[in-house]
Design a protein around this ligand. Structure first.
Ligand code: BGC
Length: 703
């Protein structure tokens, strides 16, 4: 039996990490998996995705909202401490996206369960229950904590606490003049006395209740969130929630999420694969929301790290999951890049280029949040100049690749007419203007490939092949559709670039040089390099740049994204060559290695990489620091990569001539895999039993 639950029996193990691991959310809001009594020092977080703010010259980042579930319990005037519980359980139910907490003390049991609604996007709910194990007089303080954790705050210029009848309101006005309102209604079962109490930056009610042995006190909390220009004038929404009642809202949420979860799941006869995949699927599902006007950021909804910005992670690592399980949300992600074209045009102009140079770290309007000093020295804290923003030009090609992928899986050409073709043309124009032509050959000099440890290199193989592909598909689509849109383009110039861009060829051992001059760099092992670090958190780019050690899959990414360009022999040679040189300093790396390993028949290693990728948020051994810059949080690209390993790796999904085909290579001991997927607007079920493939069309709505 599959059991899709993640548990902790001792929260103290790793409080910050557990906040990510037990995260719940609905794409718009992410509620970290912290305990009811926790405060800002425990990184409590209710993140609003795509809502940004900047304090002074500090980093612009997404907002943490006030915490509506702050609760403490007192027995005989003594605060009950969660560490004193005889038994403790925190349980994330992946099927329903709900978090349950149980603490058993000598005299009472605390149980709470919470959800972020997958039906009503701006709604949260929690039920908090105290069961008396003997006759007790209990005091409970519960309400909104406005004193919240902020990575680069303070983000609120004004914080107001208001009471309007039964509704508690916390109102905040941000530096960027957004008004955030949190409405809360708390509904106790029965209680002896209630009073409003004021503690600094808290809006609390105090409940006093006498419980006889075996009796329960139940407190339901209903929360509505508003983000906009001003505070809403009535409390209708939260009152409506109260009227509906906790059970009804909770069940409705669970039912809806469970349907989506089952729709997206992959099942096999290996329970370990099932569980890890389910966790990855969960992490990706809690990021989906049709109301999201931006896109998914690299740390999802787990916190303020990485500026809440959208990287290539979304297009290359996560998009395939949504294409197969929820194409209409996949379309939203593509549309975000169409809407933010202006930001990309402005960026190119700023650096003196034509066309569209997308932000390396894109915020809501496509502006680049990536600073020129993106990491810092681990000892002195001094900022280190990095060239991610100005030189990581593969980002534009990644977006072109994603548009082509979207078309391949959906046939929805409307995207080209809604701005997609213009985006492709502008990206191509950018590559043409970035390129330097020497002796008839185009070079993309002074760039960064995916391996960020080597900056300002010439002719990164991944980037050059991607640029060629981009211009090639652009020209094809332009030839078919440009006249319908009145788009002007220089066909000869585009063709000349396609024909003459420098494409590094494999050497006589079959290895493709990652960039010009890479082969001449120092040979060291990862272990040797580690000994050169001055501090365990030191940014590796500092010590790795003069050596062959790379941060993440680079040439390997090229081989995975363009599987038809190179022979099996070349792929083997490159895998073998780059494997010992890759530090996997980014969680994006393992799935690329996993996918190539599976293709080459090393199924054990492929499985190992699948596990590594799917466990990024289950296993606390992730890098949390780049120098003094905190980079912790959840890793949705890694979850997307894990999904890719199963679907495109072990199940062998390929699209060829408009047809989807499966060439399975199941891992050792696994004889069965099945999942549902969308392809060209239809829904299918695929099952593989002993390498025999069966695909059945499903009626829409069927699971
Ligand atoms: C990786 C990038 C990635 C970013 C966000 C960096 O460490 O090198 O490739 O896009 O993290 O996940």
């Amino acid at each position: 039996m599959n059991e899709y639950k993640v548990r902790s029996f001792n929260y103290q193990e790793d409080r910050i990490f557990n906040g990510n691991k037990f995260l719940i959310g609905n794409g718009l809001y992410g509620l970290r998996g912290t305990l009811d009594e926790f405060t800002k020092k425990d990184n409590v977080g209710l993140l609003a995705s795509g809502v940004y703010d900047q304090h002074g010259k500090k980093i612009r980042e997404p907002l943490n909202l006030f915490n509506p579930f702050y609760t403490t319990v007192y027995l005989n005037n003594k605060k009950i401490k969660y560490e004193d519980a005889k038994e403790f359980l925190l349980e994330l139910d992946l099927e329903t996206a709900t978090l349950k907490r149980v603490s058993v003390f000598d005299d009472l049991i605390i149980t709470s369960k919470r959800f972020v609604s997958s039906v009503h996007s701006h709604t949260l709910g929690r039920r908090y229950v105290i069961k008396a194990l003997k006759d007790l007089n209990i005091t409970l303080k519960s309400g909104i904590d406005l004193d919240i954790y902020e990575l680069n705050g303070p983000h609120y210029l004004i914080k107001k606490r208001l009471k309007d009848g039964s509704v508690y309101k916390a109102v905040g006005v941000t530096n960027e003049e957004k008004t955030i309102t949190l409405d809360l209604i708390q509904k106790p079962s029965s209680v002896d006395t209630i009073r409003d109490i004021k503690e600094p930056l808290k809006l609390l009610k105090e409940f006093n209740v006498f419980l006889s042995k075996g009796e329960e006190f139940v407190l339901d909390s209903f929360v509505s969130i508003f983000i906009g220009e001003k505070m809403p004038s009535d409390n209708q929404e939260v009152k409506e929630l109260e009227k509906r009642g906790f059970d009804s809202l909770y069940q409705e949420h669970c039912y809806t999420f469970k349907k989506r979860f089952q729709n997206a799941l992959i099942e096999t006869d290996n329970l370990e694969i099932n569980f890890n995949l389910a966790y990855a699927v969960y992490q990706l599902l809690i990021l989906e929301n049709k109301e999201l006007t931006t896109s998914i950021s690299a740390r999802g909804i787990s916190g303020q790290t990485y500026k809440g910005a959208v990287f290539w992670d979304t297009e290359i690592f996560m998009l395939p999951f949504y294409l197969l399980t929820n194409p209409s949300f996949a379309k939203n992600l593509i549309e975000y890049r169409l809407k933010t074209l202006k930001g990309a045009l402005d960026k190119a102009k700023k650096y003196g280029y034509k066309g569209a140079f997308y932000a390396w770290e894109s915020q809501e309007f496509g502006q680049d949040a990536c600073s020129l000093y993106n990491v810092s020295d681990a000892v002195s804290g001094k900022p280190i100049r990095t060239y991610f923003a100005d030189k990581q030009i593969h980002i534009s090609g990644d977006i072109a690749y994603a548009i082509a992928n979207y078309l391949k899986f959906t046939n929805d050409y409307s995207i080209l007419f809604k701005g997609g073709l213009k985006v492709l043309l502008e990206i191509s124009n950018f590559y043409l203007s970035y390129a330097q032509k020497e002796n008839g050959v185009y070079h993309l000099n002074d760039v960064l490939g995916p391996d960020e440890y080597h900056e300002r290199v010439n002719d990164n193989a991944f980037t050059n092949y991607l640029a060629k592909y981009t211009v090639e598909i652009t020209l094809n689509y332009l030839k078919s559709f440009a006249h319908l849109l009145g788009l002007q383009y220089d066909s000869l110039a585009l063709q000349d670039f396609i024909d003459n861009i420098y494409l590094p060829k494999p050497n006589k051992e079959g290895v493709i040089e990652q960039f010009q001059g890479y082969f001449a760099l120092e040979d060291v092992s990862i272990e040797q390099l580690k000994t050169r670090l001055k501090h365990p958190n030191e940014y590796w780019g500092r010590v790795a740049s003069s050596t062959k050690i790379i941060k993440q899959a680079d040439v390997v990414t090229l081989l995975v994204l363009f599987p038809d360009l190179f022979s099996e022999g070349i792929k083997r040679a490159n895998f073998a060559y780059y494997f010992p040189l890759t530090e996997h300093g980014s969680s994006l790396s393992s799935s690329m290695y996993g996918l190539l390993a599976i293709e080459l028949g090393d199924l054990d290693y492929g499985l190992q990489m699948f596990f590594k990728s799917s466990q990024a948020d289950l296993d606390p051994k992730q890098k949390l620091w780049a120098g003094k810059v905190y980079i912790g949080g959840s890793h949705p690209a890694s979850a997307g990569g894990a999904y890719k390993c199963l679907v495109f790796g072990f199940m062998g999904l390929k699209v060829s001539n408009g047809q989807v085909i499966f060439e399975p290579k199941l891992p050792f001991g696994t004889t069965f895999m099945q999942f549902n997927f969308y392809f060209l607007g239809k829904k299918y079920n695929l099952s593989i039993i002993n390498n025999k493939v069966d695909v059945q069309e499903l009626k829409e709505g069927a699971l």
